[in-house]
Design a protein around this ligand. Sequence first.
Ligand code: GTP
Ligand code: MG
Length: 557
Amino acid sequence: QTLVNKGKIHLFRNLLKSTPSSCKCLLVRKHSDGAQRFVSFDEVVAQRRAEARRSIVVQVNSEASFNELYGYCSKYATIAGVHHYKNTGGEHFMLIEFSSEDNLKEIIKSCSTHQKDLDVMALNSPFLWFRAASGKKEVFKTPSMTLSSMDGCSMVDEDELFQELLKCDTVSDQIQLLYDRTKLNDLGIRLRYMVARQVECVFESLYANIAVRPFGSSVNGFGKMGCDLDLVLTNTLTEEMSSAHKRLVFQDKRCEGGRSPRQRHMESVAELLELRVPGAARLQRILHARVPIVKFAHDYTDLDCDLCYNNMSGVHMSSLLWSLGGLDARVRPLTFAVRRWAQAAALTNPHPGRWITNFPLTLMVLFFLQNTPGGCVLPTVKTLVQRAGKEDVRIAEENLNCTFLRDMNKLPPECYSQNKANLQTLLLQFFEFYSQFNFQDKAISINEGTAIRKPNSLPLYVVNPLEQALNVSRNVSYEECERLKLEVRNAAWQLEAGLEGQKNDDWGVLGLVERKTTRGLKKLLRVGNSHRLVSVKDLFNDTEESVSKETLKNKLE
Ligand code: GTP
Ligand code: MG
């Protein structure tokens, strides 16, 4: 919670960083008898979507606008919470959640359009701005709640994070801290659902029963601050809508012409995003891919978005990863450490190419956790499929069967968390496991939970859990796979060696999660400045890699 007082905001921000975000309570809820209860993906999504339907994002002058904005909106509706954030452009925004969707409708009715200009066509969207009062200023009484101020879009300060990691007592603490400090926070999740809602609002009148849903790391529990926003647009018919008993049927419009209907729809979606969605900018159309996507940046939230059409299997995959990640408290921190290590070792890369991506890497961690010595941490997907009931049946596009147990409370306790090792042990065992893995002949399948025979000679084979005939790492080249094998061996060696010695700057996971180039430079910086880690970015307004040792020495001198 933050005081609307400039001096104190920073202090409170730091305090907030160290407290668990409110989304944590969404992961596991307690029964009245104190027993643990898993919250399903569908429950969380329903809650988040409802939250977005009763929220708006308002651009303001600064945090100091809080009283006025709160007072103004309270005239129309009951406010449930206000969250403040700044985007990288330094613009201030407040996400306001109202008590109900009816409340939001009242607010939307009270809004005006900027100007009567032929170039600007009026549009109702949950992204607004707060105009300065004209004439005599209204006096509003002090809000009955405090403003919550969080970094909704920006990533954590790396230097601060490394200082904190340095001070941890154990490697397990380091892994946990890395997770707590870098995972997507409550506001980050809210903003992602707000962008989905905004796009949904714009397309609602064009497509029947439309939904725009986030999927991927924004919602599967493995997202870090700043991760991209994967969106899927669906307009599936409900059973009622397609009932054969109804005599009056809508005339429909067939998509004619040579190109696939999917591509043509995506073209018009891109056009509308460009024309009608405030904040959406820098559009890229990737329409010839197997799954055509439209990429865009959302300037009010600093999000990089990928929108695709009718790809519900992506949402079901998110549900599967959410369920497995929530079963044991060690799964997500361990995965974060591995993803961070892979990024530092340049095994993953933000641009698509011949390297491994976070998704197959996450499956590799889950697979390892099905194979931990002394008992599994996670069940196989086969177990979840076997235990699925009628309520779990989901058929995605192209008749893809995505049925598996959704409610993890129905899973017998002996199916998971049998191994009790700490995070440090698990991380070391992960590297050792893949140091010895037979990549040459075997494929990784979280469906089976054991290595299976590779059906072809692709260098890395990670079975797609929802479409087992497919390899989600088919793009990985022989060289990149060799590098992965080398880096897991190096990491195992480095982590093991680091456990025995003194706690130096590379202590524990530090040596694994800091980029090698940055690490070398930081060491140099510490010469003659042993008490304080200096940020390379403090010295140069340039990318860290582009700084040569010579330049650095000169600068230091
Ligand atoms: P980051 O964006 O890197 O944080 O992780 P992510 O899990 O969101 O990965 P990405 O944005 O690359 O992909 C989004 C989602 O699409 C994933 O979570 C998967 O559900 C799905 N996905 C990614 N790659 C594949 C693939 O090769 N095959 C299939 N079937 N689905 C994929
Ligand atoms: Mg993603």
